[in-house]
Ligand binder design. Structure first.
Ligand SMILES: Cc1cc2nc3c(=O)[nH]c(=O)nc-3n(C[C@H](O)[C@H](O)[C@H](O)COP(=O)(O)O)c2cc1C
Length: 306
């Protein structure tokens, strides 16, 4: 068995580097540029009950060491996904995760129900960084009660492992991490993007068509790393770490902080092969450091001399 092969929630991964949601489309668009079978895993872009066209352009803006996006969760809708994308994805020899979002708990449940009827997925990732339209627009991801409601409702209808993707836009991550675990999450992933604003000083207008956007990329990495550490300390379920990972050493840092695997997002925008390169670099790191298996890194942070 290779140094990189690992697993979480009973899902076997050929390596611990997974392509993050929204950054490699449905995967299939990149089949010519990226050997999808060699990815540790692939999270497809977020799926909703009905198709969504997304936000007005411009939708992305490059910042120092990162980018702000406001795509508006554009997607084909879950029914078109299972009819048009899933059959090809199911043939891949990599773990494919469906990322699910909604604006009411019932929306999440409905998307999960539709996906449950089809083969080809390793598990789910719930994007809870959405405003709950039934509760005055409070984010599912910022209120432990709303988070518990949506996680337990989805958990009731799924048989596959359920990963809950937490938002970093909270003062303390631990109560949210615990609420997700107590409501039945099988794993956590974090972080999603940081709410951000870019302004054009000449026009005095936001640079993105929708105003605010989400900051991602290397700029967020140290904060993401801190939150992954805190979440991993707070729960017993596996934590998947992400936020600005661009090298094998970055991936190793997240695993040392407590992650069982990592996801790579923004790096795919400058090179869609980033997850494969990062997995190779992680392998070289393990070899140099005499670490037998990637999983041996997880949670090995030493805060004090011993
Ligand atoms: C253009 C773009 C689209 C995204 N779409 C989604 C999405 O559909 N669902 C989701 O959960 N996260 C989405 N994300 C968030 C990423 O999956 C990831 O959590 C975040 O960008 C931090 O990781 P990174 O710094 O490696 O990009 C998106 C990010 C970007 C940049």
């Amino acid at each position: 068995m290779s140094r990189l092969a690992t697993s979480f929630c009973g899902i076997a991964l050929r390596n611990p580097v997974i392509a993050a949601s929204g950054t490699l489309g449905y995967g299939l668009e990149f089949a010519k540029q990226v050997d999808l079978d060699s990815l540790g895993g692939l999270v497809v872009k977020g799926l909703s009950r009905e198709p969504i066209e997304g936000n007005p352009a411009p939708r992305v803006y490059e910042t120092a060491a990162g980018m702000i996006n406001s795509i508006g969760l554009q997607n084909v809708g879950v029914r078109a996904f299972v009819a048009e994308k899933l059959p090809a994805l199911a043939k891949l020899r990599t773990a494919v995760f469906a990322n699910i979002f909604g604006y009411r708990t019932e929306d999440y449940v409905e998307v999960a129900r539709v996906l449950e009827d089809h083969e080809g997925l390793a598990g789910y990732e719930l994007n809870v960084s959405c405003p709950n339209t039934k509760h005055g627009g409070i984010y599912f991801s910022s209120d432990p009660m709303l988070l518990s409601e949506v996680v337990s409702a989805v958990k009731r209808v799924v048989r596959r492992p359920l990963m809950v993707k937490l938002s970093p836009n909270v003062a303390a991550i631990e109560p949210l991490a615990r609420a997700a675990e107590e409501s039945g999450a099988d794993a956590l992933s974090l972080v999603n993007t940081f709410v951000a604003l870019a302004i054009d000083p000449h026009t005095r207008r936001p640079r993105l068509g929708n105003g605010f956007g989400g900051l991602s990329g290397p700029a967020i990495r140290p904060i993401a790393l801190r939150m992954v550490y805190e979440a991993a300390q707070a729960v017993k379920i596996p934590v998947i770490g992400l936020g600005g990972i661009a090298s094998g050493a970055d991936a190793a840092e997240f695993m040392i902080a407590g992650a069982s695997a990592v996801e790579v997002g923004t790096a795919n925008f400058w090179d869609p092969q980033s997850p494969l390169r990062i997995a190779r670099e992680l392998d070289e790191f393990l070899k140099r450091e005499n670490v037998a298996r990637a999983a041996d890194l997880t949670g090995t942070l030493r805060f004090h001399e011993d």
